[in-house]
Design a protein around this ligand. Structure first.
Ligand code: ARG
Length: 484
């Protein structure tokens, strides 16, 4: 071990690390989140430096040994530092003396922190993806179980046409499938290594950037060193994808709150609260909080984009404050998705009440107009007859009276009254709308097959990325162990 205890004091750095702005400058309070990432980045960097002959194998072994010790001691045992990168380096130097100072050869905290954020974000995005996929599974299960459960469908929150609980559930599954695609895209663009960019201008040392990228499980490098150290669009993209998830889920939450109000859904007690004063109340609070999460995510997007906007090249300390917005978004959205999924998976759909409500407000009117048009009437005239029928009681007699008034002919001369009667029935009305993507149980059954296949693909895509990270983790551990 070269260097003695106390040899490692970094004098020049100390010159700038005191003063009243010390805690303002520090990111230590937030850096717990990237402690493990920092250790991985340090290890990959040191292994590469040794392989390139930039540091000796013995020095690398000493540093790697110290890093194991620092890891075992934990984040809370780190010495004081402006950030986790500095504190870990200090902790290494405290353990092995001056040689520890070689760890920072051929890099800067600028490429280091950019790499650490990406390493951590990858995990968080995969976590968010798992939650979104589990929610999609839950929605697909609801669709499988409630394909025949007819319910009112709304536009402008007015009763519009009967649909089914399954059709409603799959409408959100589809949106969440696109959100999952956005998260995967964000993952793939984040999964590039900035390491080796140094401060922004590269390094004179013969570094192998592809090697550190590989050791850390990245798909490749961010080539331009200035871009690598300064860009945070990968955060913006991730937060945008998360915000899209939050917006999707906020709509679902609002639906469920409204359904609960109308008695269309019964939430499990675990997902409801009561009132501290009104003992009869069962409130859908969990869904209200889920609905509010769009505020966190969109706030994070705004905060992040505003922080990044107009930043000059290359590294600026503003970037330190950018990162937290991404953590806020990923934590809030992932938790909200889990809760919403649990609420939906455990909810009860009261079929009788839903079917009774499904016919309210003459919601079958469009289907009746379709039936008249299918019998040969121009749709516009059919629409008029049905509008008149709506004022006359919205049953078969009303349609007949409306037909006489509008055309001078009785209903039976215009269409088969039995077909019109079927169209007036919410259950029949749903069954007849069997066009692709429609609510008819047959159409939902077909759609569900595609949904299950899409889910399988996305699950495989997430598993593949998780496996690649696990493989890289093992490979890095094996490299490190070879220095023992
Ligand atoms: N903690 C900093 C961050 O999160 C990295 C430090 C780079 N500092 C610097 N003065 N160049 O961005």
């Amino acid at each position: 071990m070269s260097g003695g205890e106390g040899d490692g004091t970094v004098v020049r750095r100390d010159r700038f690390s005191g003063g009243p702005a010390r805690s303002f400058l520090s990111s230590m309070d937030d850096d717990d989140r990237i402690f493990a990432a920092d250790l991985a980045v340090d290890r990959a960097h040191v292994v590469m430096l040794a392989e390139q002959g930039v540091v000796s194998e013995d020095d690398a072994a000493a540093i790697l040994g110290a890093l194991a010790d620092v890891e075992a001691a934990g984040f809370d045992a780190l010495p004081d530092g402006e950030d986790v990168h500095e504190a870990v380096e200090t902790a290494v130097v405290e353990r092995v003396g001056r040689v520890g100072g070689k760890m920072h050869t051929a890099r800067s905290r600028n490429d280091e922190v950019a790499t650490c954020i990406r390493v951590r974000l990858r995990e968080d995005l995969l976590g968010a993806l798992e939650s979104v996929l589990a929610f999609r599974e839950a929605l697909a299960d609801v669709a499988g179980a409630e394909a025949e459960t007819v319910m009112p469908g709304f536009t402008h929150l007015q009763p519009a046409q009967p649909t089914t609980v399954a059709h409603w559930a799959l409408s959100y599954e589809g949106a969440l499938a696109r959100d999952a695609g956005r998260l995967l895209d964000a993952y793939d663009r984040a999964n590039r290594s900035p390491l080796g960019a140094a401060a922004f201008a590269g390094t004179t040392f013969d570094v192998d950037r592809e090697r550190t990228a590989d050791l850390l499980g990245f798909d490749g490098v961010v080539t331009n060193a200035m871009d690598a150290s300064a860009s945070r669009d990968f955060l913006l993209e991730a937060v945008a994808a998360l915000a899209s998830v939050a917006v999707t889920v906020s709509g679902l939450a609002e639906d469920v709150v409204f359904f609960a109000n109308r008695g269309f859904v019964a939430l499990d007690d675990d997902y409801a609260s009561t009132s501290s004063i009104m003992p009869q109340k069962k409130n859908p609070d969990t869904l209200e909080l889920v609905r509010s999460t769009a505020g966190d995510a969109l706030g994070a997007y705004q905060g992040l984009a505003t922080t990044l906007k107009g930043l000059p090249r290359a590294y600026n300390r503003d970037l330190q404050n950018a990162t937290g917005h991404a953590w806020t978004a990923v934590d809030a959205v992932t938790e909200a998705v889990d809760v919403a999924a649990g609420a939906v998976a455990t909810a009860d759909w009261p079929a009788e009440a839903l079917e009774a409500a499904a016919g309210e407000g003459f919601s079958t009117a469009t289907g009746v107009a379709d039936a008249l048009a299918a019998a040969g009437l121009p749709f516009r005239e059919a629409h008029e007859i049905v509008a008149l029928a709506a004022e006359r009681g919205a049953d078969l007699d009303a349609v007949d009276a409306a037909a006489r008034e509008a055309t001078g002919e009785q209903l039976a001369d215009l269409a088969d009254p039995a077909v019109v009667a079927a169209a007036l029935d919410p259950v029949e009305s749903v069954a007849q709308r069997d066009s692709a993507g429609g609510p008819a149980p047959s159409a939902v059954g077909d759609a569900l097959e595609g949904v299950r296949a899409g889910l399988e693909d996305d699950e495989a895509a997430v598993a593949e990325r998780e496996a690649a990270l696990a493989e890289a983790r093992d490979a890095l551990a094996a490299e490190v162990a070879s220095y023992d």
